[in-house]
Design a protein around this ligand. Sequence first.
Ligand SMILES: Cc1cc2nc3c(=O)[nH]c(=O)nc-3n(C[C@H](O)[C@H](O)[C@H](O)COP(=O)(O)O)c2cc1C
Length: 172
Amino acid sequence: MNFIELAKKRYSVRSYSSRKVEKEILNKILEAGNIAPTAKNQQPQRIYVVEDTAMLAKLDTLTPCRYNAPTVLIFTYDTDDDWKNPNEAGIHSGIEDVSIVATHIMLQAAELGLGTTWCNMFGNTALEEAFDLPANEKSVLFMDLGYAAEDAEPSPGHTEKKPLADTVRYLK
Ligand SMILES: Cc1cc2nc3c(=O)[nH]c(=O)nc-3n(C[C@H](O)[C@H](O)[C@H](O)COP(=O)(O)O)c2cc1C
């Protein structure tokens, strides 16, 4: 499967089977995230693996978007460890870094036959408090991870993309 085939195969899975994610598969997926580029290679991403039933139930009180996934990855960045732009105050790379890491993970999972859902439908502060995350970390997203249930299918809008003319501009 080449890259375009893989990217087209991936879709947001919103119904997961109860099959657990095997440890070695999870490690492969996490390793794919670990080789992602980050600003100045500072690697501020932090990933929390949630598989414990009570922890998953806690997440369910904060979001409707777990869709029964047996594993959830919570992505944060360390605010002391992300790149700060010396050219403009307040601009820093944490969200960008985490997004690239999470994208690697999402696509590696798809290649291995697993489904994912990138989720930001939660209160960031509420999640950070509920999981007692360090004060110097900001949450960006959580990602559902698991095997798609038999009834899982892409949402109807999955292939509806704006034409490049709407999203790409050539500066002259
Ligand atoms: C930044 C971001 C946030 C998202 N948040 C959610 C979410 O909270 N819940 C959800 O079900 N899907 C979420 N999605 C999935 C998108 O709705 C989905 O990627 C988009 O509709 C395209 O569909 P596809 O992933 O099946 O191609 C999110 C995706 C991105 C990139």
